[in-house]
Write a protein that binds this ligand. Structure first.
Ligand code: PLP
Length: 388
């Protein structure tokens, strides 16, 4: 039986954009300076201060930040890089771009973050780096990973695409690993439409990332693009075109100013989901540990067989009621390229596979009105109650 067409449509992650962002873009357009310039410089400085890192390099994506992090830390062909199968494909793709081999380590069944003991077991003489992902906004145990990394001279590159506001023991994500990569994609907690940031305390790595992110040119982006800059530059490596334009940074500056306030709104929605869905046969996100601040990026539940539903059927039934959900993530090792190229198959990472099969992300955004939150709860309660 089909439900009547929904009157309310609840988007999955509508961006939280206020009049300040709109005004900032207009001002940037009218300034006559569209590409990398003064707004990027200000955004980098303010972002570095926010996360407590010495350097922040603004880029056009988190994918670019991951790629450059691998390159500046010396990862190359023949090396191995350990990451989680429960991530967006970009995490693993950039390892392939660097020439290294991605090696997956399973997740913890409760936190859904990479399991440090699985990482330790996956280390070989060729391991050069780890890329943990702060899944859904929950901080990874970076200290445990750093302890393992230091025994093997490996670098810890954090994929913090979900975790710009995260903290562990009061330390801010962006300052916990060797290099940290953030995403400002449209659905992320801080968005510039498309964009990313690399943070590090290393002067040498930050310099190298700037150079490789702008064609391998020897002068930095600011010097080249400033009105005073000269066109005198050398090319010291075949770099990439990864710089962030000022138009994007204009949005980022405004988003940064409202980041904490928007986190508070997502925290309130999270608590409401937690209480309203508590009695349903769905696995909700684990409670947050006392020493951590969760960035509340994704509210993901596991739709397991005992709920009476297959995840994809529940997603379709919600869609018919106007509720748009998403899946984070289908395990990377099961995608054709990874399975065929690296000989990976179902059964190798059972914890990640269970999440991959059952996870469903409910709508979550600071731009969601209460009525939309209640519409999601009503629809989930109506459907999941009814064992089919
Ligand atoms: C979104 C995302 C990325 C990629 O970010 P882009 O800015 O789109 O390149 C990488 N890793 C994870 C875990 C993500 O969710």
């Amino acid at each position: 039986m089909r439900a009547a067409p929904a009157t309310t449509v609840v988007d999955f992650a509508p961006p939280a954009i206020g009049p300040e962002e709109v005004a900032a873009v207009v001002a940037a357009l009218q300034s006559g300076w569209l590409s990398t310039g003064p707004r990027v410089k200000a955004f980098e400085e303010q972002f570095a201060a926010y996360v407590g890192a010495r350097h922040a390099v603004a880029l056009n994506s988190c994918t670019a930040a991951l790629h450059l992090s691998l390159l500046v830390s010396g990862v190359e062909s023949g090396d191995e890089v350990i990451t989680t199968p429960l991530t967006f494909c970009a995490t693993a793709n950039t390892i392939v771009h660097s020439g290294a081999t991605p090696v997956f380590a399973d997740i913890d069944p409760l936190t859904w973050n990479i399991d440090p003991s699985a990482v330790a077991a996956a280390v070989t003489a060729r391991t050069r780096a780890f890329i943990p992902v702060h899944y859904a906004g929950r901080p990874v145990d970076v200290a445990a990973l750093r302890a393992i990394a230091s025994r093997h001279q490996a670098v810890v590159i954090e994929d913090a695409a979900h975790c710009v506001e995260g903290r562990v023991d009061g330390d801010r994500i962006g300052h916990t690993g060797d290099l940290t990569c953030f995403s400002f994609y449209a659905t992320k907690n801080l968005t510039t439409g498309e964009g990313g940031m690399l943070t590090t305390d290393s002067d040498a790595w930050a310099d190298e990332a700037r150079r490789l992110g702008l064609h391998g040119m020897s002068r930095d982006a600011w010097a080249r693009y400033s009105r005073r800059g000269t066109a005198l530059y050398d090319v010291v490596a075949p770099g990439f075109k990864y710089n962030m334009p000022d138009l994007m940074a204009a949005i980022g500056l405004q988003q940064l100013a409202r980041l904490e306030e928007r986190l508070a709104r997502r925290e309130a929605i999270w608590r409401r989901y937690d209480e309203a869905l508590a009695d349903l046969p769905l696995t909700r996100p684990a409670p947050v540990e006392a020493n951590q601040r969760h960035a509340r990026h994704l509210y993901t539940v596991l739709v397991e067989p005992e709920s009476g539903w297959q995840r994809d059927d529940l997603a379709s039934a919600l869609r018919e009621r106007g509720i748009v959900t998403s899946v984070h993530f289908r395990a990377v090792h099961l995608f054709t390229y990874y399975a065929e190229r690296f000989g990976l198959r179902r059964g190798m990472f059972p914890n990640a596979e269970r999440v991959s099969d059952c996870t469903l992300s409910l709508p979550l955004s600071a731009a969601m009105p209460d009525a939309h939150v209640e519409a999601v709860i009503d629809a989930v309660r109506q459907l999941v109650r009814r064992i089919r």
